[in-house]
Unconditional design. Structure first.
Length: 125
């Protein structure tokens, strides 16, 4: 896979202004270094580790250190759960089996809006 396979790998989309701001903010937080970050809009195929780019661009994905891939609210549970403080608690909350379905519905609503402001992918990808 990659040299970062001992950490979860978060696949994100810099062509989405909201996503880019959130990821920049997360990377700057304590715990942001606990994840490897792969920008789907600019990375080469090798960085995808077999993940389909178009499918990955449709929603947040995280590859766990054991190689499994989670998406949607489960991906945010991993990302936020890697952070300290209130974000870590939020990650554990949305990862709870009773809360995750509600979080997935909320995320689906965000995804419907996200399509309206996503910029086209860069040509080198």
């Amino acid at each position: 896979m990659t040299e970062t396979s001992h950490r979860p790998i978060a696949y994100w989309d810099s062509a989405c202004p909201v996503c880019a701001r959130e990821v920049a903010w997360l990377r700057a937080r304590h715990g942001g270094e606990r994840l490897a970050w792969v920008d789907l809009a600019t990375c080469d195929e090798a960085a995808l580790g077999g993940l389909d780019r178009d499918r990955a661009l449709a929603r947040m994905h995280v590859r766990l250190p054991d190689g499994r891939v989670v998406a949607g609210a489960a991906a945010f549970a991993v990302i936020w759960g890697s952070m300290g403080g209130w974000l870590g608690r939020l990650g554990r909350l949305i990862g709870h089996p009773l809360v995750r379905p509600v979080a997935d519905v909320a995320y689906a609503g965000f995804l419907a809006l996200r399509r309206l402001w996503r910029r086209p992918r860069r040509a080198n990808a």
